[in-house]
Design a binder for this molecule. Sequence first.
Ligand code: SF4
Length: 323
Amino acid sequence: SEILLEVKDLKKYFPIQGGIFSKTVQNVKAVDGVDLYIKKGETLGLVGESGCGKTTVGRTILRLLEPTGGQILFNNEDIMKYNKKNMLKLRQNMQIVFQDPNSSLNPRMTIKDIIAEPLIINGLVKGEDVENTVTQLLEAVGLNPQHLHRYPHEFSGGQRQRIGIARALALNPKFVVLDEPTSSLDVSVQSQILNKLKDLQKELGLTYLFISHNLIVVKYLSDRVAVMYLGKIVESAKTQELFDKPLHPYTQALLSAIPVPDPNCKRNRIILEGDVPTPINPPSGCRFHTRCKHRMDICSKVEPEMKDTGNEHFVACHLMDKQ
Ligand code: SF4
């Protein structure tokens, strides 16, 4: 099927002062050359430990953060060339649901005003239609439309996230970034929200970028999964294939940490040596080489290229050359 979004060599650096007395500026390389594509109607899961840059990828794609470099193609159009006005218009098609519904909903606004805000800013709905449209949106996300005039604090965490989803869907977008949408919620509520997101995707033909550190949740929602480490994608594949046949040592370690429901089923957990290195000075060659038990001489010297192993399974690791 057709590609809706394509990202090429995306970079986002955050400059920081070297120290109290130092005038040197260093760069935190949060995203350092990311390539990805998402097909229409598909969910791409983006996983990795906190600090790997996955949230920055989501925000940079929407240009909520200005990219340091790279290309972002939406419907084959290079949106890096868009000015503010065009970008505002494009945002009708590209929305985001944030992790924490508490901080993303204005506590002094009623639910109606929160959800209607993007509609009114974009001049899409007026007068009485506002209430009708908001009612429909509340129903779509499974909230009682009679609660229109209440405030965010009168709702539970799960309900608040439904409000966040309703607001993201108000402009009828084609593409939605879901940034850890259920991580702040109780486990029992998580699956309700995930099911809702799945249903809405089918009904409305949405395309998702689903960002999460939770592999079980990612497996449930995603058609394909991309794994990030220190600002780069190290492997991507169709979901089942990635879970059945991970090729990159980092992916293998991440997957080995998922708890197995059956206590009799023994799986060897791969414990990684050391900590994640700083994204200010990432290791040379393969960024994972300081923690990889398969490392070879070449690994600290040459950066492995992303290789296509077939069936949309891509991996960046020198071990692939040995086979
Ligand atoms: Fe490990 Fe080398 Fe592969 Fe990096 S390139 S993951 S260090 S084997």
